[in-house]
Each structure stands twice: as C-alpha cells, then as structure tokens.
Design a protein around this ligand. Sequence first.
Ligand code: HXC
Length: 510
Amino acid sequence: MTDIIQELENRRSAARMGGGQRRVNVQHSKGKLTARERLEVLLDEGSFEEYDMFVSHKCTDFGMEEEHIPGDGVVTGWGTINGRMVYVFSQDFTVYGGSLSETHAKKICKVQDMAIRNGVPIIGLNDSGGARIQEGVAALAGYTSVFQNNIKASGVVPQISVIMGPSAGGAVYSPALTDFVFMVRDTSYMFLTGPDVVKTVTNEIVTAEELGGAKTHTTKSSVADGAFENDMDALMEVRRLFDFLPLNNKSKPPVRPFFDGYMRKEPSLNTLIPDNTNTPYDMKELVLKLADEHDFYEIQKDFAKNILTGFIRLEGSTVGVVANQPMVLAGCLDINASRKAARFVRFCDAFEIPLLTLVDVPGFLPGTSQEYGGVIKHGAKLLYAYGEATVPRVTVITRKAYGGAYCVMSPKHLGGDVNYAWPTAEIAVMGAKGAVEILHRADLADGEKITALTSNYEERFANPFVAAENGFIDEVIMPQNTRMRVARALAGLKSKDVKNPWRKHDNLPL
Ligand code: HXC
C-alpha cells in the first residue's frame, strides 16, 4: 500500500515539473509565471482541484512516441475566487510550447462542458505556440471543438481569457469568442499571421509587438478589453472583475457588503456641468461619485474613449455603466464607440446585469471616414442592443441628448425603465446654432437676427422640460441626489420581468 501511495506521489511530482526545470527557468527569465503558479495567484489559496493530471498525447509521428509529459501542456480543473466556483485551464508553455494537441484540447473541452453543465464561469490562461505541429489535422480538430464549446457557453456562463504569452494563428479565435480578453504588456501577443508572413505577403515590416501586442489590441483593434503590467497584476485584476459577475445567466450577480449609504449626496455634482455648454467635463467623475466606494471597473478604457463602459456597484449589487465622455470628441458617438458599447450592453443583458446609461451626446460624428466605414450599421448595433435588452435600465441625461444619438442612448421609447434628466439637460433634434442655420438659411447674412433666433431656440429647447412635459423624462432631478435616485429606481426594478417575443435568434446588424 505504501508503495502504491508513493507511486502516486512520484507521478504527481513528475506532472508538476511540466517541461522540466530548464524550461521553467526560461519562462521565469521572461518575467512570466508558470501555468501552475498562475493558478495559485488566480484562485483562493488551496482551492484548486486538478483534473486529468496524467493525460498524455497519442501522437506517434516525429518521434513523439518516445516522450510523454503528463498533463500534455495544459493544467485544468476548478477552484474558487473569493469563495465562488470557477473552472480554469492554464496552458503550460514549458511543455511543447503550450501547443494544443488532440488530448490537450480534450482536457479544455472537458472543463468547458462541466462549466456549461454546472452553470459556472470559465477562465482560460493562454500561453501557447498554437496547434501542435507534430499532430497536424488532429490538433486543428481539437481547436475547432474548443471553439464550438466557446460558442455553446456564450451567454450561458461568463468566459474570460487572459493572454499571457503567444497566441497565434487560428488559436486566437478561442479568446475572441469569449466575453473578456485581457493581455499582459510586453510578454503577450495575438495575431492570425506573424510578422514573417506579413512581410512576405504585404511587404510590411512590423514587429510582433506592433502587430499584436497589448497596446495594439487595447487601443487600435479592440480585440482585448484591458492590458496589465505583468502576470500578477493581470490575474489580480481578473479576480476583481470576477467579483462583479454572476455565475451564469440564471443567477444574479453577487451582492457584496457595502459601507457607503445610497443616500450619500454629492453637492459637487451641482457644478459638474460648465456654464458654457460646449466646455467638456469628465464624465468619469460622475461615474465614480455614483459608485459604491467610488469603485469603477472599466472595460476597454483605452479604446473609443468617447464612451465609457464598465461595472460599478450600487447598494452592493453590480450595475453596468455606459456613459458618453464629453472630454473626447465632445462625446460624439462613432463607429468604435457604438461597437464598444453595444457589446457591453449585450453582455450585461445576457447576464441579467442592470444598466445605467449616462447621456451627454451631441450626435453621431460626421464625416466620410465614418460613413464609408459603415457608421449606419455600427450605430444600429448599439440601437439594437439597447432595444432588445430586457434588464432593468435607468438613464440619466446630464447635458446634451441630440438627434439620432438621443434615440440610441436608452430613451424610454427604446425600453428605458426610468429616465431622469438633470436641469442642465438639452434634449433636441440638434444644437441651437445648427438648427437655426438650417431653418433660416436665407437670413444667414443677418448676424443680429441669427443671434436672436438662436437664443430663442435655446430657450425653447435647450432644457429638459419639453421632454418632461411629454413624459419622455420621468423626473428632472437634482444632480447631487443622482446616486440616491438611481439606486432607488433600480431597487424598484428588481423584479422586472419582460420577455421579447420567441425567435430562433435575432439578426443583429453585424
Ligand atoms: C509543437 C512547439 C510549437 C508547436 C513551440 N513549440 N510551438 N511544439 N507545436 N506549435 C515548442 C518548441 O519546439 C520548443 O520546444 C518549445 O515549444 C518552445 O519554443 P521556442 O521556439 O523555443 O520558444 P520561443 O523562442 O519563445 O518562441 C515561441 C513561438 C515559436 C514564437 C511560439 O515557438 C513558434 O513560432 N512556434 C510555432 C508557432 C506556429 O506557427 N504555430 C502554429 C500556428 S497555426 P523545446 O523542446 O525546444 O522546448 C495554428 C493553427 C490553429 O495554430 C488553427 C485553429 C483553427
């Protein structure tokens, strides 16, 4: 019996060595943690339960039959984050460069299946040279099964990917199918075809970092939702995000203890809006002042900065925030902002997270690059996302809500449940100057007349009262009371139960 137990211990120790000390040293010398060290940081201490530790590959080509490393380059199982269960897989770059074989894929699929069956989120830590070259099509088949499971899990359980090394070729599509993708600066990259192929095909000379590093994907492509300095930071931030999320599409997000009464007034908000209606102010200040303990988890903070998306808590419960940012492009909606916000709204709706929309938007950004880029279709994504969202929705218009952008930003007619405006709100088809120039084109030379007409228009429309008289705004509220008003509105919507008509699935304008 002692011998048998000793054998188990020996086998476990061998598996924990991964690709051996030399390769572990190389991993560390790049500033990277190993697959198992990463799981220790991500999960609560001692909570990790490993599966398939002894699984090994079935390949008999290229001399592979001579070498079998237990675990086959990926560590899988489950653990807890602040006491809540999560399935995990962590690719081990020290074993065949973390490359994906048929058995490696089966291990990932097993935890994906369990996550779906048990209604538990799944987090993947990616560090891989892609398809196991020695296995050929068997590895491709394995990838495709992982993709299929990503799609099955979408909207059922939250899926988070952290890119902590290479992610190249078709392999990038598993993270791309998940809800959130995070990258580690300088040590991770994602691209379909690497710099060498790019040079051969297009003659462009580009480094791996420029082509697919964290900066590229968080500022240009929006493939990634956030970038962090190192492995530790990335994993700690994923723990922080996890605490905002529900376990699955049928359970509510966790209610965390809060030490910040919802009645907290913020008199400074009464002067947040500058006297000059065209002067920018920082919408993030409002978000932070509304949030419990001023805690805002921003998603895609370096992309399309003209709109803010992220999570806060009100009275301990998670709320998804979408807010125009007047500091960038005057808060205009454009292609990128529409795509960014639409995806966020759809995530929140899929997982029953209530939405708070803060509006200060002068309209859609004009210009050929926007029109040629399909701003009509991309803007429609946001319109569609709000229009189909059945979660509790509260909207606060702080200043401008003009034209089509008013129609998009969760007004009552698009299913907004409780819509507030600050006294500084201007709800109109367009700004006064533009309106007068169109309506009185013949008088444009008469400066005095135009000024008078403009102030006339401002007086009539640059306020929230026309909308309030029509019931399009439920109440004009004091800025300082916004936290209380929003919290109470959401409390009143807790048992909201609205369903869209049955359909196989919708046809979102992609
Ligand atoms: C098998 C691999 C491997 C792979 C790396 N290794 N990639 N083994 N299959 N795909 C092994 C190496 O042989 C080496 O083994 C160890 O991992 C570490 O690799 P190094 O090259 O020494 O590391 P590094 O210098 O850091 O370079 C990492 C790398 C490079 C940039 C990822 O290894 C590389 O370019 N690999 C190939 C990438 C690739 O073309 N993959 C296929 C993409 S197409 P030893 O024994 O020396 O430690 C694809 C299709 C998916 O993935 C389609 C899905 C639909």
